[in-house]
Design a protein around this ligand. Structure first.
Ligand code: 5GP
Length: 203
C-alpha cells in the first residue's frame, strides 16, 4: 500500500575516495559550496596540519593519545591507519544526518568506504581518479608538501587503491582543468541517488 504524498526516508552517506593528489579537497569544497543542503563529515586525524588547513574545517587534529581514547569510547564509526597516521570518522554526526534525512559527504579511504558500506548498505560510494598516473604524480609534486619518499609511497598506495575500485558504486574521472565538470557529475549522482525509489517511504 503506497501512501501519498511520499515521506522522505532516512538520509545516506556519500563516500568519496580518491588517491592522494587527485584533487578531492578542492572538488569537495566546490561541491559543498554548490549544494548548501549537503553535510560534510569532518574526520579526526593524528596527521600534522598542512599549511592552509583549518582545525575543525579540514580535520579535527589530535594527538595519538586522544585518538586512542576516542576509539576506547567507541565514538568512531570507522577508523584506519593511512600513510602511518590514524584517521577516524566521528560517529555522532553521521548517525544524526542519516536519521534526519540528510546526505552527508565522507572523504575517506578504501578501508573506510568498505566499513561504511558494511554499516550502511545503501551508502553511495564514489571513486574519483585522475586521468593518468603521470597526472597524479605531477599534482603530488606540484603540491610541494610531501618528501620524495612520501610521494613514492602515495603513488604505490594509489595503484593499490585503484585495484579496489570495483567495490564502488560510481567511477568519476577528474580530468585536468575540468573541476567544474567533475562537480557537475557528482551533483548528478547525488540528484539521482536522492530520487532512488527505495529511499522513499511507502514506495
Ligand atoms: P590526507 O592526509 O591526504 O588528507 O588523507 C590521506 C587519506 O586518508 C585519504 O585517502 C583520505 O581520504 C583518508 N581519510 C581521511 N579521513 C579519513 C577517515 O576518517 N577514515 C578513513 N578510513 N580514511 C580517511
Amino acid at each position: 500500500m503506497i501512501r501519498f504524498p511520499l515521506q522522505r526516508r532516512a538520509g545516506f552517506c556519500l563516500v568519496i575516495s580518491a588517491p592522494s593528489g587527485t584533487g578531492k579537497t578542492s572538488i569537495s569544497h566546490a561541491l559543498l559550496a554548490s549544494d548548501p543542503t549537503l553535510l560534510r563529515s569532518i574526520s579526526t586525524t593524528t596527521r600534522p596540519k598542512r599549511p592552509g588547513e583549518i582545525e575543525g574545517q579540514d580535520y579535527h587534529f589530535t594527538t595519538v593519545e586522544e585518538f586512542r581514547r576516542i576509539i576506547d569510547r567507541d565514538e568512531f564509526l570507522e577508523w584506519a591507519e593511512v600513510h602511518g597516521d590514524s584517521y577516524g570518522t566521528p560517529r555522532g554526526p553521521i548517525e544524526r544526518a542519516v536519521r534526519d534525512g540528510q546526505v552527508i559527504l565522507l572523504i575517506i579511504d578504501v578501508q573506510g568506504a568498505r566499513a561504511v558500506k558494511a554499516i550502511y548498505p545503501d551508502a553511495v560510494l564514489v571513486f574519483l581518479v585522475p586521468p593518468s598516473l603521470e597526472s597524479l604524480e605531477q599534482r603530488l609534486r606540484g603540491r610541494g608538501t610531501e618528501t620524495e619518499s612520501a610521494i613514492q609511497s602515495r603513488l604505490a598506495e594509489a595503484m593499490h587503491e585503484i585495484q579496489q575500485m570495483t567495490e564502488y558504486t560510481y567511477l568519476v574521472i577528474n580530468e585536468d582543468g575540468q573541476q567544474q565538470r567533475t562537480v557537475e557529475t557528482l551533483r548528478a549522482i547525488i540528484a539521482a541517488e536522492r530520487s532512488r525509489i527505495s529511499r522513499w517511504e511507502g514506495a
